[in-house]
Design a protein around this ligand. Structure first.
Ligand SMILES: CC(C)(COP(=O)(O)OP(=O)(O)OC[C@H]1O[C@@H](n2cnc3c(N)ncnc32)[C@H](O)[C@@H]1OP(=O)(O)O)[C@@H](O)C(=O)NCCC(=O)NCCS
Length: 137
């Protein structure tokens, strides 16, 4: 999967916060701790360092949402992270992103922290971030 394909799916899936650009994805992929799973339909980017793995982003193209793709991709990155010796997975998610929160709960995550006013919006108030975690594998 190319950085351009990632940026295209990201832009289709995300309204807020702003989607990441091709250059940003290309730069992230130069980092040896960052890994990608999936394809243009649905992909996830995660970082595995020192026994911990952080989900950086997951996106499903709107034309193929609610078909179980994100569930599969979450399972795949958990397996890869565990193979890289990660024993804990964590992520942050906007408190108003109900689809993603439901997905993460389905995947066994629980809330372990709260970052007040973490996400800026173009309009409206800042949004809290929920920090969520689960054990791996
Ligand atoms: C969140 C997102 C990745 C889910 O992708 P998806 O491929 O449609 O998800 P799945 O079909 O695998 O859904 C798995 C489960 O997640 C939950 N879920 C997914 N989308 C949901 C929605 N719109 N509303 C409520 N629950 C939802 C449900 O529990 C669902 O199971 P079900 O369909 O049996 O009810 C997708 O909506 C997306 O790309 N959103 C924009 C980007 C984003 O917010 N990413 C996460 C933050 S980085």
């Amino acid at each position: 999967m190319t950085p351009r394909e990632m940026a295209s799916t990201h832009a289709a899936a995300f309204t807020q916060p702003r989607p990441w650009t091709t250059d940003e994805f290309a730069s992230l992929l130069e980092n040896r701790f960052i890994h990608i799973v999936g394809d243009a339909g649905c992909f996830a980017l995660f970082q595995a360092i020192a026994g911990e793995a952080e989900l950086l982003t997951v996106a499903t193209h709107p034309t193929v949402q609610r078909q179980g793709l994100a569930l599969q991709i979450m399972h795949q990155w958990h397996e890869q992270a565990a193979a890289l010796h990660s024993t804990r997975a964590f992520l942050d998610v906007a408190a108003d992103n109900f689809a993603a929160i439901a997905l993460y709960k389905r995947c066994g995550y629980w809330q372990c922290g709260l970052r007040k006013g973490y996400y800026l919006r173009e309009t409206g108030p800042k949004i809290d971030a929920l920090v969520m975690e689960r054990h791996l594998p």
